[in-house]
Write a protein that binds this ligand. Structure first.
Ligand code: GLU
Length: 906
């Protein structure tokens, strides 16, 4: 036992090699905090040793793990759990004389000397809220606090309800995860002002549920105590009219914050902006910073390296430098990411400084600050346009890389000797000028023709990318395509223009019209429908003709009571009538009844429209010569052996072909490369396209620009990909956020489009080609002719309806006349009509009233005689052709007699 004690004693004085260890206590699922500790430890030259505790068994696990780390040797602990378990860690650290930094406020923490609380005192927030309530002139408000979360902040607020200050302050507790009921009650009570005191991880839930119950609209005001409010994406609440005020601990103007965010992003794989980083992540950085600063002070004081000792909890060992370190931590004033880090004798943070931030339709706006226990409101509201004032770019001068690629950048043509930025003009020159105006910075141009790429062999970057990486320039603005490769080396702003790769080629030669070009006037479907409509119309005409009784005419007008009637609407006659009108020749067939007349009129109208459209368009088809392109897409270009093609040799277009997995593109790249078809810049390429049989792969925006000025060139086919241009800057640039903001505003106000129109269509020879005449013949499709078809259809329907009514009336009359049933007559009529054959119809005779066989026989005999007489007189229907009928042939006498006898239709 004594030996063991001696050994441990000896060990407690051991000097460990390597960066000193710093302990972290976090919940197992709090991965971000662990990463933050690792990133910060690396920055300040520590080794992070992390204790992971589960949320349930934290108390038991913590004592065990703290002792274990103490045995490994640490200079102190950072506790990110913030729960009851912290008390245990605190007791152990007290015994070991190891500093413990906590990151959350908790009234349960005893104020013993080993503990330092980096979370600002709630007192400061309380005072700030009181001041804000007064500034906003709230007469009443509701405090929404989370169960289990500190109430201390709220207690002071309640004092505000003392007689003179406020009419009423009410308090409501937010329990569990469903706050809707509480919020609905608050709403029904008519409250519109709220002070919300909840933990950072519940913020989003509270906001969402408040919005769901309608408490996030015009007239509602909130003050949030959690400094993490503005790390959330509040876009969805921005335009609803709600007023939200909160606090921000970190200094957004501090470049250190941007660097830390970039390191944190790199380690975590996130892509968060500095203003979206959670307060806890920033506090971890500041905690490590406090350790690092105090340690360097102790080193300086002791004039030697200070290393942690291996301590054993069981033997009540303590670290000799612990108390000195804690003293330095409490007394030394340093500035961290959350500004001044000053503590009182109890390790509580004093002199808290934070921003007062308001959510406005223009985004998050800093409206004031809390400093030296005083609230200073500098501005009530900042409009969109003034957003720039918030930036850290004001009054700085940046080096901006440009390229002299038209229309993005030109060297100015001037008789004077121009100097500096004045030497250049163009789209991107104007764009950066507008951004600089908004953000208040100045710039200096440097021309760099190579946009930059990564050389896989030398593992080196080139061009603009290299210069940005080496911080030889701050921004690159040109037709700078955002590619995955470049993005691995630098950051890009939000895109300001979208494009894709297209093919630039010269206008093809004209070809004379084809032999059957007259057929091309109508699209195929129109021809098909016309044939179909004609056939259908033929059938309709026959049917309608057969059921319209007026169409059944006496073939021999001099016989008053003819045996049979004839109908002109035979198949041949109907087709003749239809064709005659299509051909504009007419026919001798003339409908007599109303229904066939309506249908015929509809058909004539239809033919009039069709013929007029055909004739009107035919000329174009017979005279206009067609442009025949030798290829219409990239594959056809590849297969076309006699056309050479290429792209800019140092650009993303070439890179697209080089990196493509598409075998055609791969082969094309090999050909371009081996045959030296690549061009140094687009101007050379355009020249080749104009003068030789060459196709240039170019970005669509540049193609647009080129064909505005080179009227003999055009874009062939669609785009091969889709991408955008952005402003390049070094990785983790602190300015990206502001540049993005300015770009979005310029896009929203249409400024970028205006600039594009100016440099593409107006300046430097724009608009030369005017609007290209659309020589293409416009084929008439169903879309154009549909109206005529509809009119015809409606005409046919009306005709069918009328003829049906006509038939029904006739059937009714006959059923009365012959004393038969309506149904019987109707079936007979339809049977006859639907046979579609025979254009002769025997005439029915009324049945004698007496009904005797003799009378009938007598009548039938007379009928027969009449019929025979008519035959004899040479007017038999057998041979007779009325001027309407062309094809009827019927054996009249025998049949007519038989029909009359049976009173039936054949
Ligand atoms: N915009 C391209 C780039 O960023 C240059 C032009 C091209 O490759 O077509 O590299």
């Amino acid at each position: 036992m004594i030996v063991k004690l001696l050994l441990l004693f000896a060990c407690s004085r051991c000097v460990l090699t390597g960066p000193p260890n710093i302990g972290g206590i976090f919940y197992a699922d709090d991965i971000d905090s662990k990463i933050a500790l690792e990133v910060s430890a690396e920055k300040f030259n520590f080794t992070a040793l992390t204790i992971e505790v589960s949320r349930r068994g934290a108390i038991l696990e913590i004592s065990e793990n703290v002792c274990q780390l103490a045995e490994e040797g640490v200079i102190g602990f950072i506790d990110g759990t913030g729960g009851r378990a912290t008390e245990h860690a605190q007791a152990i650290c007290d015994g070991l004389e190891l500093p413990l930094i906590v990151l959350q406020h908790n009234d349960l923490y005893s104020r013993n000397w080993s503990l330092i609380n980096l979370y600002p005192s709630p007192l400061a927030f309380n005072m700030a809220v009181q001041e804000l309530v007064k500034k906003y002139n709230w007469n009443n408000f509701t405090v929404l606090y989370e169960r289990g979360h500190s109430m201390v902040k709220v207690q002071d607020l309640l004092k505000l309800s003392n007689p003179i200050e406020l009419d009423a302050v009410s308090v409501r507790e937010l329990r569990g995860d469903n706050y809707r009921e509480v919020l609905i009650n608050a709403k029904h009570s008519g409250y519109t002002n709220f002070v919300v005191d909840c933990s950072s991880n519940k913020l989003e839930l509270v906001l969402r549920q408040a919005q769901q119950v309608g408490l996030m609209a015009d007239g509602h005001s909130y003050i949030f105590l959690s400094p993490d409010l503005f790390s959330l994406d509040l876009t969805r609440y921005r335009y609803g009219g709600v007023n939200m005020t909160g606090f921000r601990l970190m200094d957004l103007g501090d470049v250190m914050l941007y660097n830390y965010t970039a390191q944190f992003n790199e380690a975590s794989g996130y892509a968060i902006e500095p203003d979206n980083v959670k307060t806890k992540i920033v506090l971890i950085h500041d905690a490590v910073m406090v350790f690092a600063n105090a340690l360097s002070k102790v080193r300086y004081l002791r004039r030697r390296e200070i290393e942690p000792a291996q301590l054993n909890c069981e033997y009540y060992q303590s670290w000799v430098y612990g108390s000195t370190l804690i003293d330095f931590m409490k007394t030394d004033k340093i500035n961290g990411l959350t500004r001044s880090l000053i503590f009182d004798g109890f390790g509580q943070r004093t002199d808290v400084f934070f921003d007062i931030v308001e959510l406005t339709p223009a985004g998050n706006q800093t409206i004031g600050k809390w400093e030296n226990n005083k609230l200073e409101i500098s501005r009530q509201f900042v409009s969109n346009a003034e957003i720039a004032e918030e930036t850290i770019m004001r009054n700085k001068t940046f080096k901006v890389l440009i390229s002299t690629t038209p229309p993005y950048g030109y060297v100015k043509e001037s008789p004077l000797q121009l100097e500096g930025n004045d030497r250049y003009e163009g789209f991107t020159i104007d764009l950066i000028d507008k951004i600089a105006d908004k953000l208040g910075f100045s710039y200096e141009f440097e021309v760099e023709p190579d946009y930059g790429s990564f050389n896989q062999d030398t593992k080196k970057w080139s061009g603009m990318v290299l210069k940005l990486r080496e911080e030889k320039a701050d921004f690159a603005i040109c037709d700078f395509t955002i590619t995955a490769e470049r993005q691995s080396g630098i950051d890009f702003s939000t895109p300001f223009m979208s494009l894709g790769i297209g093919i630039l080629y010269k206008e093809p030669s004209k070809q004379p019209p084809e032999m059957f070009s007259f057929m091309a006037v109508f699209s195929k479907e129109v021809w098909y429908y016309m044939v179909l409509v004609q056939s259908a119309l033929g059938v309709i005409m026959i049917f309608v003709g057969r059921i319209s009784h007026k169409e059944w005419q006496n073939p021999v007008p001099c016989i008053e009571q003819p045996e049979e009637l004839t109908n002109q609407f035979s198949f041949a006659n109907s087709v003749w009538l239809i064709i005659g009108s299509v051909m504009q020749q007419g026919s001798e067939i003339a409908p007599i009844a109303l229904a066939p007349r309506i249908i015929t009129s509809a058909w004539w109208f239809f033919t009039m429209v069709i013929v007029a459209s055909y004739v009107g368009t035919l000329v174009a088809f017979l005279t206009v010569e067609k442009n025949v392109l030798p290829f219409s897409n990239v594959v056809e270009l590849y297969e076309h052996k006699s056309i050479s093609y290429g792209a800019k040799s140092k650009g993303s277009t070439k890179q697209f072909f080089k990196d493509s997995t598409n075998p055609v593109y791969q082969k094309m790249y090999q050909k371009m490369y081996s045959k030296e078809w690549l061009v140094p810049d687009n101007d050379v390429g355009v020249d080749l396209v104009e003068k030789t049989n060459y196709a240039l792969f170019m970005e669509s925006t540049s193609i647009e620009y080129t064909i505005e000025r080179h009227c003999d060139l055009l874009q062939v086919g669609g785009l091969l990909d889709s991408k955008s241009y952005g402003i390049g800057m070094k990785k983790g640039s602190p300015y990206r956020f502001f540049i993005n903001d300015a770009l979005i505003q310029l896009k929203e106000t249409g400024e970028i489009q205006k600039l594009k129109d100016l440099w593409w269509k107006e300046k430097r020879g724009g608009g030369k080609c005017g609007k290209k005449q659309d020589q293409e013949q416009k084929q008439l499709g169903m879309k154009n002719m549909l109206g005529a078809f509809v009119v015809l259809g409606v005409g046919c329907c009306i005709g069918l309806l009328i003829s049906t009514l006509d038939m029904l009336w006739g059937v009714f009359k006959r059923s009365v006349k012959y004393n038969t049933t309506f149904k019987y007559e109707l079936i007979e009529e339809l049977k006859f009509a639907l046979k579609f054959s025979g254009d002769i119809k025997p005439v029915k005779r009324p049945q004698r009233a007496l009904g005797s066989a003799e009378a009938l026989a007598e009548q039938e005999g007379k009928d027969e005689v009449k019929s025979l007489k008519s035959i004899r007189s040479g007017r038999s229907t057998d041979t007779h052709r009325t001027h309407h009928s062309h094809s009827s042939r019927h054996s009249s006498s025998g049949l007519s007699v038989a029909f009359a006898r049976r009173r039936e239709y054949t």
